[in-house]
Design a protein. Structure first.
Length: 243
């Protein structure tokens, strides 16, 4: 996993997202939906969902909103029929983009996603056109900005629990697992007293792409447009935003 920069990308995007406080409940709803879809709707049995719910409650998200997101994911929301769709394509400069959708109107959403790509010099591709550039992994982020967590200690804890790799970044540790080991590693680290900033089964790019300033602005605008779409549940890309 050497050479990845997910933590730096998270820092970069968080600084931008902090300016969008009006959309924070929507972001939490998407995180809750994704976690419940991957691991079930019971927070006591799903570490990712439990973490997503805790973060939502910390931002005073109403319980009704949280329950609705979970019911959407588990198919128990009365009177609603949602369809899951995955779009793959390229942004400017050849950046790979994968968009996961949950919609009750496939035609509307397809048109909106296509518009976002076209407006920012991107293009949609066939299924499989970029997904081969990503690996499905469990991802756990533990922030260490105070420098109080010993690298040797957390490395041993993570590897003994079943992690594949741990990477020490400036101010954080990133832990990667196979999807089937994610739950066990997450629970072990929490029981060992570590506070998890992020924990999810996600798509990790095999390599990251850096772009010239003009193209980077276009791909970031594409990502912003997609994030503003209430049908978009998750976006994966291999842009290196840390520069």
């Amino acid at each position: 996993m050497a050479g990845h920069s997910k933590w730096k990308n998270i820092q970069h995007r968080k600084n931008k997202q902090d300016a969008k406080k009006g959309k924070i409940f929507m972001r939490h709803a998407k995180d809750i939906y994704t976690a419940a879809k991957q691991g079930g709707g019971d927070p006591s049995m799903n570490a990712s969902l439990r973490l997503a719910v805790e973060k939502a409650k910390a931002d005073n998200m109403p319980n009704d909103n949280i329950d609705r997101a979970i019911k959407k994911a588990t198919g128990t929301l009365d009177g609603a029929t949602f369809e899951e769709i995955t779009y793959e394509g390229y942004g400017p400069g050849g950046v790979a983009v994968i968009v996961h959708i949950l919609t009750d109107n496939k035609n509307r959403t397809a048109a909106e996603v296509r518009h976002a790509f076209n407006k920012n010099d991107g293009n949609l591709g066939e299924n499989g056109s970029v997904s081969f550039m990503f690996d499905r992994k469990g991802y756990i982020l533990i922030v260490n900005e105070a420098g109080t967590i010993d690298e040797d200690d957390i490395t041993l804890e993570a590897i003994e629990a079943g992690a594949d790799d741990i990477v020490a970044e400036e101010g954080a540790y990133e832990i990667f697992t196979e999807p089937e080991n994610f739950q066990a590693v997450t629970e072990h680290l929490k029981q060992s007293g570590y506070e998890l900033e992020d924990a999810e089964v996600t798509l990790i790019p095999q390599t990251y792409s850096s772009l010239a300033e003009e193209d980077e602005k276009k791909i970031l605008n594409l990502i912003d447009m997609l994030e503003d779409n209430e049908d978009v549940q998750d976006i994966h890309h291999n842009l290196d935003e840390s520069g």
